[in-house]
Write a protein that binds this ligand. Sequence first.
Ligand code: FAD
Length: 411
Amino acid sequence: MKAIIIGGGIGGIISALVLKHQGFDVELYERAEGNPEIGSAVQFTANVTNIFKRIGLLELVKACGSPVEVRNMREWSTGNIISTNRLGDTIAERELGSPYLVFGRSELLDRLGEQLPDGVAHYGMKCVGVEQDEASVRAIFENGHVAAGDVLIGADGIRSTVRRLVFGEVEPVFSGKVAYRGLIPASELPDFDSYKWIANAWPAPGQFLLQNFAGRETINLSLYRSGQKLEDFDTGNKTAVVTTDEVLGFVEAWEPSAKDWISKSAEYLRWPLFDIEPLKQWAKGRVALLGDAAHATLPFIGQGAGQGAEDASALGDALARLSTDPIAALKLYEEFRLPRATRVQLESRARSNYMMLKDPFAINQRNLQWREASKAITGYFGNSVDHWILNYDVAREFEAHVAKRAGASAA
Ligand SMILES: Cc1cc2nc3c(=O)[nH]c(=O)nc-3n(C[C@H](O)[C@H](O)[C@H](O)COP(=O)(O)OP(=O)(O)OC[C@H]3O[C@@H](n4cnc5c(N)ncnc54)[C@H](O)[C@@H]3O)c2cc1C
């Protein structure tokens, strides 16, 4: 069995690692000349780190991540603590079996990419065509190269070429929310080490600020703003660099420590936030979508990349189980993964509003709920229903799904 993966982002690289671990031949093609990730933060909760445990890479990801022990929710106008979640390595591992880790994106992708055997990943390769027939599937690249395999995985992000070519046009949906992302080098923070362990978040009416670890040498700041219009930006839906003064202008009335954090980043990247409407189909013949190509998700429960990792795990299991029938394997993958990823997509949309409520009564109710939820690790996202996201073992659930399916067809 040979898999062609298009896209070398987090979803594509983890898929390549999982499929190699399962013993398949893999070729990965990325259009960028090297690691495409920018330097900001990404978190993996226990439902994701347990996948690395299974493929023998937990120690590697632990070595490049930080087990943020404490996340404080703070009042935007006073800095007073609304709630404190204890969610570090030891707590998550005790309660959920795997750690909660935060990474610098670029560093994480470098370390994971290094685990792929030579010859698997090919950079500077833009896929422009996909063809399939009964015997094989082929990716065609801008430079004329053709790669053939038994299955082709489109892990090429929210504006996926594979999706457009095989499944048709899907327009990304602007959420009306924009992230302003800044980075502070460790050299600017004499007490940098203490911030590896502590994250702070300031939910404010229509805005949300997060300060957390973003790699060995960096702290990440993300200010989210709701009610935004693309036509107000000179760069429309594209990311753009903006000044620190512009971002400070959004938080003039905020408490001093939040403003102090914001002032420490030399500049910000303005990042309009898009997702896609849930798809009804991810697999067609020998082609399947994975990660953001299948289910681009808003970042408000920090599960977009994590869902791509769950996809990768399930894809490996489906191909292993039905290795002589790759088309059926991709359908099994779709049938198992689509409902959960869709649920996460919809929950992230709902949560994007909940994080940036404007009505004082609703804010009060939410903060009370956060205080209550912070008593348990599974209340990390401020809602006890998050248990279904965190306390999830995709390999175990896949086996349960297959068993249920077999039971249903025997009955
Ligand atoms: C502000 C923000 C914060 C986030 N925080 C978190 C978090 O804490 N935790 C989490 O789990 N998720 C988070 N996410 C979501 C996460 O970043 C994405 O879900 C994840 O990066 C998607 O990975 P992917 O590999 O599917 O797609 P991408 O990262 O988009 O990678 C797709 C790759 O395909 C390549 N490509 C595209 N077209 C072609 C082509 N034609 N040929 C070859 N290559 C191609 C691209 O260059 C790219 O490298 C966040 C997202 C945002 C916006």
